[in-house]
Design a protein around this ligand. Structure first.
Ligand code: FAD
Length: 279
């Protein structure tokens, strides 16, 4: 059996913080050995392209780690998309994670890329040198009627050229394994990495799981109830929870683990120390 991948995600510093603070995150990850680090993308402003491309370039050139650039396209026209793709190609990214992005009811989509599969197809046609990754949702994307419908659109995305998938966060491995069975049965045969987001803060878990329509299993709810007001102990419990989730998934033969670092290098390092022998 081939070894699973281990990869990381970071996000650009907030607009109010200097871009140089990303070095605190990247320096703090020293000792962790990811197959790649992906860099998230904002909601379509001009500066998003530059910042994601700059950080991806930094990861590759200064840290020697392959970088994956996220791109959300529903608010972009073709010229803006080409500009972003050219920047990513110049940064020699290992892949672009092609996304639609979340809907903002106050903004009208540009009408060019209505779904991630449209962007995926476009990249494959216009920038064949760029590898395309895609997102997937073990507990179903909130806008889909059910998991079967969601997976049927996922298959369209893979057929359009997404050669690797990264999942949304989830806290119950049974949900991920059920999704994996259904995706394979639907003929989706590309590698699928499981997205793991360590719990570091009770309010942010409630907010993130609410946003993603992801459930908080009883075991995690108990932890949040017990230590929700004790951030240091909650962080310790979160590191154990994520490490156990990863060990179970790797034991079951998943293709890889994508750890959402939330720019908390200390937590990421601790988890890596726990699980590195599995990769
Ligand atoms: P799509 O694949 O387009 O799917 C969206 C919905 O439309 C689903 O319900 C799907 O089933 C349905 N659908 C798909 N194709 C069709 C079709 N042809 N016809 C009808 N229905 C269809 N957001 C950011 O803003 N920045 C980021 O950097 C970012 N990174 C992410 C990384 C990962 C790994 C994940 C899982 C999510 C990320 N997101 C990010 C969030 C993402 O933008 C949202 O989840 C968004 O709502 C959906 O994006 P998508 O690319 O999965 O959309």
């Amino acid at each position: 059996m081939s070894k699973p991948l281990f990869s990381l995600e970071v996000f650009p510093p907030k607009r109010t913080a200097p871009i140089g603070t990303i070095y605190d995150t990247l320096d703090g990850l020293h000792g962790v050995d990811p197959a790649f680090i992906s860099v998230t993308y904002g909601t379509g402003k001009q500066s998003d392209r530059t910042i994601t491309a700059r950080i991806a370039n930094t990861i590759r050139t200064e840290y020697g780690i392959p970088a994956v650039a996220h791109l959300t396209a529903q608010y972009l026209d073709r010229d803006q998309t080409d500009e972003a793709l050219d920047m990513f190609a110049q940064a020699k990214v290992a892949a672009v994670l092609a996304l639609r992005g979340d809907r903002n009811p106050e903004r009208e989509p540009a009408g060019v890329f209505m779904h991630a599969s449209d962007l995926t197809r476009y990249i494959r046609q216009t920038h064949p040198e760029i590898t395309v990754y895609g997102a997937c949702y073990p507990e179903c994307h909130p806008q889909s009627r059910d998991l079967d419908e969601d997976i049927s659109w996922l298959k369209v995305k893979v057929d359009a050229g997404a050669s690797h998938l990264i999942s949304q966060l989830f806290y119950d491995n049974a949900d991920y394994l059920r999704f994996l069975d259904k995706a394979r049965a639907a003929g989706i045969d590309v590698p699928i990495e499981a997205g793991i987001m360590p719990v570091t803060n009770a309010a942010s878990v409630r907010r993130m799981t609410g946003m993603c329509s992801s459930k908080v299993p009883e075991r995690l709810a108990t932890i949040l109830d017990r230590w929700g007001d004790d951030p240091n102990t909650l962080k310790e419990a979160g590191i154990i929870y994520a490490s156990e989730q990863i060990a179970d998934l790797v034991a079951r033969g998943v293709d890889g683990i994508h750890l959402y670092t939330m720019n908390h290098p200390g937590v990421t390092r601790r988890i890596w120390q726990n699980v590195q022998g599995l990769f």
